[in-house]
Design a protein around this ligand. Sequence first.
Ligand code: TRP
Ligand code: ZN
Length: 880
Amino acid sequence: MKKAQVKATKLEDYVSPAFLVDHVDLTFFLKPEATKVHSKLKIRQNSDCKQSLFLDGDALRLDTVVIDGRVLGQDEYECGEFSLSIPDFPSEAILEIVTFIDPVHNTKLEGLYLSSGNFCTQCEAEGFRRITYYPDRPDVMATYTVTVHADQDSYPVLLSNGNLIDQGVEEDGSHWAKWDDPFPKPSYLFALVAGDLACCEDSFKTRSGQDVTLKIFVEHGNEDKCAYAMDSLIRSMKWDEERFGLEYDLDIFNIVAVSDFNMGAMENKSLNIFNSKCILASPDTATDFEFERIEAIVAHEYFHNWTGNRVTCRDWFQLSLKEGLTVYRDQEFSADMRSAPVKRIQDVRTLRARQFPEDAGPLSHPIRPESYIEINNFYTSTVYEKGGEVIRMMAELLGKDGFRKGLDLYFERHDNQAVTCDDFVAAMEDANGANLKHFRLWYSQAGTPEVEANWSYDAQEKTFTLTLDQFTAPTPGQDVKQPLLIPFTVGLIGQNGAALPLKLEGENGDKQTTKRTLQFDQDHQIFTFVDVNELPVPSLNRNFSAPIKLSTKYTTGDLAFLMGHDKDAFSRWDAAQTYASRLMLKMVKSVQEGGVAEFDSQYADILAINIADKSLDPAFLAQMLGLPSIDYVTEQMEVADFAAVEKVRSVFKAGIAKALYGQFKELYLAGKEAAAYSPDSDSAGRRALCNTALGYLSVIENDPACLKLVVDQFEAADNMTDRMAALSLLADIPGEEREKALKAFESRYADNTLVMDKWFAVQATSTISNALEEVKKLLTHSAFSYKNPNKVRALIGAFSGANPARFHAEGGEGYRFLADSIIHLNGINPQVASKILAPLGSWRRMNATHQKMMKAELQRILDTEDLSNDVYEIASKSLV
Ligand code: TRP
Ligand code: ZN
């Protein structure tokens, strides 16, 4: 089979480019089926010996090749399926290439394509080679001039990177615009947009007085849904100046929202292109969660201007250099805009839900991978979210000021360069006189460290001894693991809830700190605290100081105590997660042994204490009341049994609901009194609490009053958050109300494609027993399309990735359905196909029957004709 020839790219094989490009001059004549691309490159040799010039290309029709004005004969170059090479290329020359491309049939959405009739590009990671022949690697940085010609009526807006320097109209009805980007950039940051778009405009004055015009382009009719994104952009620009001293560097910043997009958004220099899902919002169409996500992603892409664009990656193994750092920056921004503890809780939830399973499965890789077949497969939770955690740990170790000094030095040294993760760490070290040699292991070692904490208190000596052990299980390609340097933040809490001083044995002076970060860097390490005057409860890995799995010998009494007293909001919440999971796992065990799952009302009593504590922020209380997910609980089982966990979790939830019926009703009614809708953090927090309470009330069986509350909220809601919250509760309750609500929602939003995605997803994630049948029916719904990634994710992705009990149902129809979908999508959009494959790779955790069915589906995928590299890599790695 063809797949035997697939070649992996390896970090150790990196060689610097033989030729560099100083300037790129592109001219586009845009036509949906045959766009002509004229590229003029100023090329210079970068090595001592004479070499062939090698250019990447994919799906291009080559027309002409010209060197310094001379047209080359066909025997003077070699054109392969994915390359163009020119032997004995001069040490300096102007190379002109004319190619034709076919945007309208580009369903991969990489390179130049059409979305709702508008031209747009996506070049990261290797899309530029689908536009023209080029050394398509990030360490080739050039300035760009781009001229775009297109029909004026169909494409009145013509955009590219940098500044608009000239424009004109032709007699044949076309017009053109010429853009110039003065900052050298890698090809993956190139962008072009041409279409009939509406525009929202605002402006920003930088700290040094530069006026920046801000524009957001959207499809006509969506102008009223840009305000929040624009506001987020302005706040991001200001925040980056204040927090990191980073200013914007051009006088124009454009954002374009498109409906067909493989990911969330793209940071192209001064021309960010967004999935419209991550821009458009109004109270009637977007939930609070979506407002929050828009704010975070707009910030993320804007922050890339420094961390990614001004300083970029030498090669794609360094992806976390820009992504981990930018994730850290957007998390810090959101923490400042909203509640910092709640933001941290949400981020850890995501890390545990997505990155931990990835790191424990067949696709586990370090944040700086060593090898890949298809780089698109490495835009992972590990590279992004764990990468962000690694940056956060450095910030914790060096302190806020130390981290800032390191970042300043990083920009001072590397502005306009393509660099490595090592360069970043070196800047952190040098700016602080620190040694991060041991810490660097986080970049190369995969897997989540498991830390076990044990302790004892000596009342006589007044010492508290904390013993830490760390262990990382082998991951593919890494059998032996070394101990990592783990910043482990601890506190000791006295019996009345007071923070006790933390003084380590042998430390002199009167250090009176009550919170400190231990440098835990051995397999086994003992920390002894002295002058501990009473028996404390330790609070561990506070604020999730390191991305580890922690196991402790906490008694249920300790956990209850922490849930009521820990001053560290994250650890307080985490104690609740640990406690609830433990109780649920106990229930699962008793069910599996033929007993009944009985709810232990003690847990409800502790929640009641939290509810009664009026000092708690509603958003935080909503988190305290949120139960661990089915996935989180199941992950702690030797052999996963999603059906049992789902069952037990609902008994557990109903138990809490019954025990705290009065409190939930009160919370709900109090929350309902709130004023008119506003997407701000406090209002969103109040709604989150209110809807959490409603969620509990909705599971009380045979109580028409409770069901009525949900139905009433659905019908009376004046905003999408409340409407959607009610709809997703109703979606889990079979019956007339469910069908009626789904119908009403569908007819109300039939014309809003983004809202219809929510309608698809709510049905795909429903706990009703025939969810899969419903999903299959929805594939034929007129609003569904395999060509639109948002639709695929909303229906197929949501079912297989967020409805574990139905996906893993007996019989294996869920597996067959996913494999069928992937095989179909492989021919349309391989990147999207491979992104939804991961759930099939979790077979090791299942029982033998399920293992067999899942492996058979993986094999069936691998046997597909014309399998893309994207799908091949994930499927083959998942099977071994
Ligand atoms: N660099 C983008 C980001 O993190 C990610 C991205 C957008 C991307 N579109 C892509 C990556 C397509 C690969 C392919 O913001
Ligand atoms: Zn990014």
